[in-house]
Structure formats: structure tokens, C-alpha cells
Design a protein around this ligand. Structure first.
Ligand code: CTP
Length: 407
């Protein structure tokens, strides 16, 4: 679990979106965190502290004077303080050093601990320059901010100010608590399957979902890297989601969308020059169609009718991109390849590691229902020939482990 043994103080302040903190709390618990909760007196008008007490949690009311040392105890307990939702008033108080409630006092007593602010308010209030200046100021003092979502506010105004997706908040909490092992490193990930078109309608592809590549991109981002993702047919629009696993791509990842082998090759060779670590998780077609029709091919035009109707198509072999990359690789650059194997798994993996001059290879045994699955298992081999076995686990947690291995 990604937040195992992490101590989180969830501070809930008085926005109409407070009720969403209950879902947030449950997700943090599911991820393994220990959570203590402070409900401000305004928030208590929207949601009852009994909700959290029913889950067996210790809930603190935001009364600064009830127990004189609560703020000191809480500041020592926390690995991170999460203020979600954070109101205009509370954020501006933090920035001015005001400490007149349990939440503001605890924040004041924890200057070295990470603090994550989740603003949620009317769009005009969020656009207010006083708030914007104060958020900028707080970013210098161990505070980070999750941008609110855009949409209709409770009052009917439209704009930026809505409580963000719970997944995005949990991602940022995990990220804030992660050691920045890849700080100042540029990571390039390829993910998904190429589509080779025969005509505007028909294509040749494979069942790769892109989940492993996306998980690696997210894990590298959490580890502090600057991440570029070459996404093959994953429907990602400017780093935001449209559907499927693409919705898990964090908005801070630079996304380059490509379709086929040629597009992938052009983007890869260009981006690789600026890269420290390449994860080549894409499932690349080994062949393309020799001829591609600009208009839809008609059945009757291409079928040879004797003895059974037959369609003959010629394929040309695509270049191996990892071999191409290895030729331009400079000292210090790391190339991490993948292999999908159904038999002689380790033997084939070793062969590919050597032939493609890789630093690492992760070998999936795809006979075990891995393609398209949320889980993965396999072997990691490094260029000294050391082998590590990874048992079946979620692609997210495997990605975190692979990032740790190479960093
Ligand atoms: N790969 C590549 N260029 C290709 C084909 C594959 O760079 N034209 C990369 C993949 O992205 C992966 C690794 O090579 O990181 C191994 O891919 P895989 O499909 O397992 O193996 P192939 O090299 O294509 O060999 P085979 O299909 O014969 O098993």
C-alpha cells in the first residue's frame, strides 16, 4: 500500500465541498495511512465529526484552547498536513502567520513538515490576487498547492475553484512523501501499442493497454523526475484524461501522442537526446504494411477468388528502435527495455538485453494473463546479469519498485 505507516493530519475547513473529505479520508486509509482529523468550527456546520468517529478515528475540534498542547502533539505526529478543503480565510491566515485555531496553530508548529493545500472556493475568490500572492508566498515555506478543478460552483458561478478529484489529491500526497531520488533527471517513457494502418479504417495492432508505461511515468514523477510520455493510441489530451487508463496520467507529465511506428520513431529519436533514462514499455509493431491505401480498400477489388477468396498483403520489417537508440546513446544515459515472452522467458530476456545493448530489461511472462491486466510479474535483469524476480502485484506498485531499483 502506497501510504503504509504514513501519519497524515487531515484538516477540514469550512467549504461546501467538506463532505468530499469523507471520501478522501477513506482513500487515504485504503492506501495504508494513519489519519487524524481536525474539523474546523465552520466545517462542523457542513459535516459532523461523528462521521469520522464512527470509523473509529480520533477527531479534534478546532478549538485552540480545549487542550493546550494538542497542536504540539499533532505537529510531532504528522508526516504531512493535508488541508482539504482549504478556505480563502484559512490560506490567508497561514500566509500571515496567524495561529488562532488548532489547525493554524498545528501548521505554525510544523514548519519543517510538508503541507498540502487543497483550495476549494468560489471562482472569484480563487482568482483574488490576495489569495494568489499568499499561495505563492506559502510555496516558499514547505506548502504545496493542488490546483482546484474547473466547473460550476455551488453558487452557480463557473470557473476554477472546485474540490479536485480524490485520485489527484492522493497522488500528490504520495508524491510529497516520496524521496526525490530522480531529482533533476529527465525520464522518457513510451507506452501503449502502435497501430499500423492498411487504409483509413483498418489497422494492425496488439493488446497492450499502456498501463505499465503510465505507471512508470507516474512513479518517475513522484520520484522528482521531469517526465515525458510518448503515448501510443491512449487518447490522452494535453496530459488530461479522456478515458481508460489514460485518466491516470498526471497533468504534469509532458505527453506526446503518436499512432504508428513511424510517428513513434520520429518522437523517440528526437526526445532521447534530452533524456537521462528511457523506459521503452511500448509494444511496437515489428512490421508495417508495404503499401497503405489513402482510401478504403473495397473487398471485391483485392480478393483473388480461386480456389478460396484470398487477400494478399505484404509487410515490411520495422527497424528495432532500441537498437537505434543504443547507437546514439551517450555515457550516463540509461536504457530500460521490456520483453513480452511466452516461453524460455529468462533465456530470451538475456538475449534481448545483450542484442539491444540495454542497461536493464524487464521480462513479462505473457502466458500468464498480463496483457491488458492491472497486474504484472516478471524478472528484472541488469547488464551485469543479475536477476530479480518480482511476484504478481499491481502495475503501480511494481513501477515504484522498478524506479527504486534504477535510482
Ligand atoms: N522494440 C523496439 N523496436 C521494435 C520492436 C520492439 O524498440 N521494432 C522494443 C520494445 O519496446 C521492448 C523491446 O524492444 O522494449 C522488446 O520487445 P518485444 O516485442 O518483446 O521483442 P522484439 O524485439 O520485437 O522480439 P520478438 O518479437 O521476436 O520477441
Amino acid at each position: 500500500m502506497s501510504l503504509n505507516n504514513k501519519n497524515i493530519l487531515l484538516c477540514i475547513t469550512g467549504s461546501i465541498s467538506c463532505y468530499k473529505s469523507v471520501d478522501l479520508y477513506r482513500r487515504l486509509k485504503k492506501a495504508g495511512a494513519k489519519v487524524k482529523i481536525v474539523v474546523s468550527s465552520s466545517a462542523a456546520k457542513f459535516i459532523s465529526p461523528y462521521i469520522f468517529e464512527s470509523f473509529g478515528e480520533e477527531v479534534f475540534e478546532d478549538d485552540a484552547f480545549k487542550s493546550p498542547l494538542s497542536h504540539i502533539d499533532l505537529s510531532k505526529f504528522v508526516d504531512i498536513i493535508l488541508i482539504a478543503p482549504a478556505t480563502y480565510n484559512t490560506i490567508n491566515k497561514f500566509a500571515s502567520g496567524i495561529a488562532d485555531t488548532l489547525i493554524t496553530l498545528t501548521v505554525a508548529a510544523a514548519p519543517d513538515k510538508p503541507k498540502l493545500i487543497v483550495p476549494a472556493m468560489n471562482p472569484n475568490m480563487y482568482a483574488n490576487k490576495i489569495l494568489k500572492e499568499n499561495l505563492k508566498k506559502l510555496s516558499l515555506f514547505n506548502f504545496s498547492v493542488i490546483s482546484p478543478a474547473t466547473g460550476a460552483a455551488a453558487c452557480g458561478d463557473f470557473g476554477e475553484g472546485r474540490f479536485p478529484e480524490i485520485d489527484d489529491i492522493v497522488f500528490e500526497v504520495e508524491s510529497a512523501l516520496k524521496e526525490k531520488r530522480l531529482k533533476d533527471k529527465k525520464v522518457l517513457v513510451t507506452a501503449g501499442a502502435t497501430k499500423e494502418y492498411l487504409d483509413p479504417i483498418r489497422f494492425m495492432s496488439n493488446g497492450s493497454s499502456g498501463k505499465m508505461g503510465i505507471s512508470l511515468a507516474n512513479a518517475a514523477l513522484k520520484a522528482g523526475a521531469e517526465v515525458t510520455l510518448i503515448a501510443l493510441n491512449l487518447n490522452i489530451d494535453n496530459g488530461s484524461s479522456i478515458g481508460g487508463c489514460a485518466k491516470y496520467v498526471n497533468g504534469r507529465i509532458k505527453v506526446i501522442n503518436r499512432t504508428d511506428f513511424a510517428g513513434l520513431k520520429e518522437a523517440l529519436l528526437d526526445e532521447f537526446k534530452k533524456t537521462d533514462i528511457l523506459f521503452m514499455a511500448a509494444a511496437v509493431s515489428d512490421y508495417s504494411f508495404k503499401e497503405k491505401s489513402p482510401i478504403k480498400i473495397k473487398t471485391k477489388d483485392v480478393c483473388e477468388t480461386e480456389p478460396t477468396p484470398t487477400l494478399k498483403i505484404e509487410l515490411i520489417q520495422n527497424e528495432d528502435l532500441l537498437k537505434a537508440v543504443s547507437k546514439i546513446k551517450k555515457e550516463g544515459q540509461i536504457v530500460f527495455g521490456f520483453a513480452a515472452e511466452t516461453d524460455s522467458v529468462l533465456e530470451n530476456g538475456r538475449k534481448k538485453l545483450a542484442e539491444k545493448s540495454l542497461d536493464y530489461i524487464f521480462i513479462n511472462d505473457v502466458s500468464k494473463d498480463i496483457i491488458g491486466s492491472d497486474e504484472n510479474e516478471g524478472f528484472l535483469i541488469n547488464k551485469s546479469g543479475e536477476i530479480k524476480n518480482f511476484k504478481r502485484e499491481s502495475k503501480e506498485s511494481l513501477a515504484e519498485k522498478l524506479i527504486e531499483e534504477i535510482s
